[in-house]
Design a protein around this ligand. Structure first.
Ligand SMILES: NC(=O)c1ccc[n+]([C@@H]2O[C@H](COP(=O)([O-])OP(=O)(O)OC[C@H]3O[C@@H](n4cnc5c(N)ncnc54)[C@H](OP(=O)(O)O)[C@@H]3O)[C@@H](O)[C@H]2O)c1
Length: 245
């Protein structure tokens, strides 16, 4: 227990060096938690953690590339040694690249998007589960998107119904499916697993075209990360409530 007292909750957020992930780390940190700023680039992670510490937050950077198993395993070992457990995991890291409607999709884009948005969160959850099981109230939040909702995207009246991009949308649908599966498997434990839709948020991911601030975009994930014992599991939520799958 080198880095903190046992009373403080410990939260790992992947892709936390910028955008919504950084803001989730900030909001959890302001609640008195120790936040582990996951970043695939050590320099960017260090800078983000330093920024949070200058705001009075207990923050440490940790290099984690969710597409590289060795970095995931290394982070799990480090958390075990330093903290002995993990209370919150936010699978926030995600990419949106060169997507296209189904018939025009480059297979390599599909593979890359799934590597980060689907295989990454599965690998991180599997590696962190032994640590989350040691928490009295483990919480897993998967950063999904309304674009992953089959109900919303198949409704022609939905605001974003025209965004028919195969790789990104289906990667988030798959993330939703695995959220349900992990929640079912962990239903008899203290761990809750939910998916969050941040809403259309101005970040690098969409060249800052999003209409919400990162403060708003972080809300759903922060709420799910801090659910009480009677909170839901196996659900999909945005900042105003439940979303359909
Ligand atoms: N913004 C929106 O409107 C919106 C809407 C719905 C859902 N989302 C979801 O919200 C999450 C955060 O998105 P954002 O808008 O904040 O995007 P962002 O500003 O582009 O941030 C994405 C973060 O993920 C990291 N990342 C990418 N690939 C990674 C990898 N292989 N390993 C570890 N980290 C990796 C990035 O690191 P680098 O800095 O090194 O690139 C960055 O820190 C994503 O899952 C996204 O799909 C966003």
């Amino acid at each position: 227990m080198a880095l903190q007292s046992v009373e403080r909750k410990v939260a790992l957020i992947t892709g936390a060096n910028k955008g919504i992930g950084l803001e989730i780390a900030r909001q959890l940190g302001r609640q008195g938690m120790t936040v582990l700023v996951g970043a695939r680039d050590a320099g960017r992670g260090r800078e983000a953690a330093e920024g949070l510490r200058s705001e009075g937050i207990s923050a440490h950077c940790t290099r984690i590339d969710v597409t590289t198993q060795a970095t995931i395993d290394q982070v799990a070992r480090w958390i075990e040694e330093e903290f002995g457990r993990l209370d919150i995991l936010v699978n926030n890291a995600g990419i949106f690249i060169d997507d296209a409607p189904p018939s025009g999709l480059d297979m390599e884009v599909l593979r890359r998007m799934y590597e980060t948005n689907v295989f990454g969160p599965v690998a991180v959850i599997k590696a962190m589960l032994p640590l989350l099981r040691k928490s009295s109230a483990g919480r897993i939040v998967n950063m999904s998107s309304g674009l992953g909702s089959l109900t919303l995207t198949s409704d022609p009246g939905w605001r974003f119904a025209d965004i028919n991009l195969l790789a990104y949308n289906s990667s988030k649908t798959t993330l939703n499916a695995m959220t349900v599966q992990f929640a079912k498997e962990l239903g008899n434990t203290a761990i809750k697993v939910n998916a969050a839709d941040p809403g259309y948020t101005a970040t690098d991911l969409n060249n800052h075209q999003g209409t919400q601030s990162v403060e708003q975009g972080a809300r759903a994930a922060v709420h799910l990360a801090t659910l009480s014992a009677d909170g839901s599991t196996g659900g999909f939520f945005h900042q105003d409530g439940a979303l359909p799958w």
